[in-house]
Write a protein that binds this ligand. Structure first.
Ligand SMILES: Nc1ncnc2c1ncn2[C@@H]1O[C@H](COP(=O)(O)OP(=O)(O)OP(=O)(O)O)[C@@H](O)[C@H]1O
Ligand SMILES: [Mg+2]
Length: 461
């Protein structure tokens, strides 16, 4: 985008002094500034021209800043909005952030702060535009495979996947639960020959004897109930890929048998003495640490060497947080299609919260969050705070600090009581963390931003 276009700011405020003051200050910084005296006038301007950044007061007579924000998101989704708020109505500003405002500034203005906020906002906007461009370029190569990611580890992984798909050697895919091991196996299959069989087997979910007959098949009469000859999955996978999922859970006796197949390239159906030769590529996956399993004698080292000819390790999502925005967008689109609904918008506020979250369930956890949010059409629901409080049961709700509820006949002032309780916890958390706000916010299971806001509210700063 041209520089002149990039730096256009629309200032919206019903107070003329504020408009003028901001205009003068920002023009001095080299920005092109236009003003509007209310939400409706602003909407008119936005329909005429693109403003990467809109700074808007919240309280205005004709159209509130929050409503303007919503309109802008509909009509000019590439614009970013910063809200102006008087100190007392900070709550609304936070509300605005949840609904997609980039940030807020408080009156009376601190000029230096404003300059920083605005510079960051415009940089953020530019980055967003560049990401969009980049994504357009990447979509074909990455999304075509159903694997989304732009982080360095993911790009390296993509390269590796393309390279290994040219061979038929055994591949071991490792990584925590939900990182995408299965989707990688399927992608390799797709790149190799989508018309060939892809046969997944869950080595952990089936009883040992059943698994054995599933894998190798059996001859009629091999055991009670074997009334006909049956081909095993090895035969079904002939010419294609046998995907041994959760291979770390394979019982030792079956590990021995599998090893034999890998060594000889032949096997026998149960109860049969005929050797069967198949051309099957083995891709196995595990979230266990097989080296440790070997040390603990739960996994055979000789089998490990056979399976681990090529290794693909998928890092956990928390080690590639750059992938979060792209995955978010991908899943939002995917589920909007599935539910025939509008794609939801994720505010930068919530994105930041997500990027601070560790995702113990990795991509699957993110995917589930998005599915729920899209199904409920609620872009707010995916706050990790909500998830934290569900998973960290022990610390989310301690018993109330009162043994009994004092509840006089004439009633109580509950809001005031809650304020007092909140203030007491904030103070205690700060004390315990020697005043370190980030730690204190963590201790209270709150985002840093809302913690800071609450400190301000209680005059604790
Ligand atoms: N990079 C990615 N791009 C798009 N979708 C992904 C990506 N990684 C994972 N997913 C999705 O996340 C979900 C979990 O992935 P998958 O089942 O492949 O994980 P896994 O590593 O096999 O997990 P587990 O060890 O629990 O079996 C799937 O729905 C998958 O499509
Ligand atoms: Mg899996």
């Amino acid at each position: 985008m041209e520089k002149s276009l990039r730096d256009r700011i629309l200032v919206v405020d019903d107070e003329r002094d504020i408009r003028t003051m901001l205009k003068i200050m920002l023009e001095k910084e080299g920005y092109t500034v236009e003003t509007a005296s209310g939400g409706l006038e602003a909407l008119g301007k936005i329909s005429q021209a693109f403003y990467p950044l809109v700074i808007s007061d919240i309280k205005m007579p004709d159209l509130s800043g929050l409503d303007l924000l919503k309109e802008i998101q509909e009509k000019s989704p590439r614009s970013i909005v910063i809200l102006i708020t008087a100190y007392a109505s900070n709550e609304t500003a936070i509300e605005g952030m949840k609904h997609g405002a980039y940030d807020y500034i408080t009156k009376p203005f601190q000029n230096d702060e404003i300059k920083v906020v605005i510079r960051n906002a415009l940089e953020h906007q530019l980055l967003k535009e560049e990401n969009l461009e980049l994504k357009k370029k990447l979509t074909s190569s990455i999304e075509g495979l159903g694997i989304v990611g732009s982080s360095k580890p993911m790009r390296q992984l993509m390269d590796l996947i393309v390279r290994v798909s040219k061979t038929r050697t055994p591949i071991l895919i490792t990584g925590e639960s939900g990182v995408g091991k299965e989707i990688i196996a399927k992608t390799i299959h797709h790149l190799q020959n989508p018309a060939s069989p892809f046969v997944p087997v869950n080595c952990g979910g089936i009883p040992e004897t059943l698994l054995e007959s599933e894998l190798f098949g059996y001859k009629r009469g091999a055991f009670t109930g074997a009334t006909t000859d049956k081909a095993g999955l090895f035969e079904t996978a002939n010419g294609g890929i046998l995907f041994l999922d959760e291979v770390g859970e394979l019982p030792i006796p079956l590990q021995v048998k599998l090893l034999r197949v890998l060594q000889d390239q032949t096997f026998r159906r149960l109860g049969d003495n005929r050797d069967i030769r198949v051309d099957v590529q083995i891709i196995s996956a595990t979230n266990r640490n097989l080296e440790k399993e070997i040390a603990g004698k739960r996994f055979r080292e000789d089998l490990f060497f056979r399976l681990n000819v090529l290794r693909i390790h998928v890092p956990p999502l928390r080690e590639r947080k750059e992938d979060i925005p792209l995955l978010l967008e991908y899943f939002i689109r995917k589920f909007a299609e599935k539910y025939h609904s509008k794609p939801i918008k994720i505010s930068s506020y919530i994105l930041k919260e997500l990027e601070n979250y560790d995702f113990p369930g990795n991509v699957r956890e993110l995917e589930n969050m998005v599915e729920r949010a899209v199904a409920l059409q609620d872009s707010n629901i995916i706050l990790p705070d909500v998830y934290k409080s569900q998973t960290i049961e022990s610390i989310d709700t301690v018993a109330l600090p009162f043994h009994t509820c004092e509840f006089p006949e004439r009633g109580v002032n509950l809001p005031a009581i809650l304020e007092e309780v909140e203030k007491a916890y904030l103070t205690e958390a700060l004390n315990r963390c020697q005043g370190k706000k980030v730690d204190a916010a963590n201790l209270l299971n709150m985002s840093f931003r809302s913690f800071r806001y609450k400190l301000e509210k209680h005059g604790l700063e």
